[in-house]
Design a protein around this ligand. Structure first.
Ligand SMILES: [Zn+2]
Length: 184
């Protein structure tokens, strides 16, 4: 279970913590929360439990930039179809903390169990399935590059940033950054 993180703004900084401090850790001013802009907000986790939802593209890994990412697709009941070196696997557990991208067209998902990919690679399996859904809608296929750029990378970056934040907050009380461009 992840820590629940809050963010507040003071001294033109974003201050992340797991509890609301009495005073600004940067300038020491008492925080009374009387200005709405200084009120703490909770930072949503980018991770979801894939088995509790369905019809999503899923991305799993350490998100530390060094280990491989594993991808899968969940059916309407939260079973995750993914390719492993042993072949197609249907996982009912193990995807409790992953990044999910909702995919529309739940009517296509019964086809998952019949869907095969010659490449035997988790990534091309997912891309192939998404392209078959797009094809059924009369739309052209996504290239591997576009798929990576639009579906995978933005979420992986956010998950990676969030993990860094969580790791920091497990050791330190606060994580402070200048306001600019640091919204999570
Ligand atoms: Zn301050």
């Amino acid at each position: 279970m992840d820590l629940s993180v809050i963010r507040l703004t003071h001294c033109n900084r974003s201050i992340f913590s797991v509890c609301v401090p009495e005073a600004c850790p940067s300038c020491g001013a008492t925080l009374r929360g009387n200005r709405l802009s200084e009120a703490p907000v909770s930072v949503p986790t980018p991770f979801t439990n894939a088995h509790k939802g369905g019809c999503c593209l899923l991305i799993q890994g350490d998100f530390d930039g060094t280990s491989d990412l594993h991808t899968g697709i969940s059916n309407t009941t939260g079973a995750v179809y993914n390719y492993t070196p042993a072949g197609l696997s249907v996982s009912l557990s193990g995807w409790e903390r992953c990044v999910s991208v909702p995919l529309v067209r739940p009517d296509m998902f019964p086809l998952l169990s019949h869907f095969h990919e010659d490449d035997h690679n988790c990534f091309s399996f997912c891309l192939g399935f998404i392209n078959s859904v797009l094809g059924a809608e009369g739309r052209g296929p996504l290239s591997k590059h576009d798929f990576t750029q639009s579906y995978i990378l933005p979420r992986v970056r956010r998950a990676s940033k969030y993990n860094t934040l969580i790791t920091h907050l497990s050791k330190e009380r606060y994580y402070m950054v200048e306001r600019e461009g640091e919204d999570m």
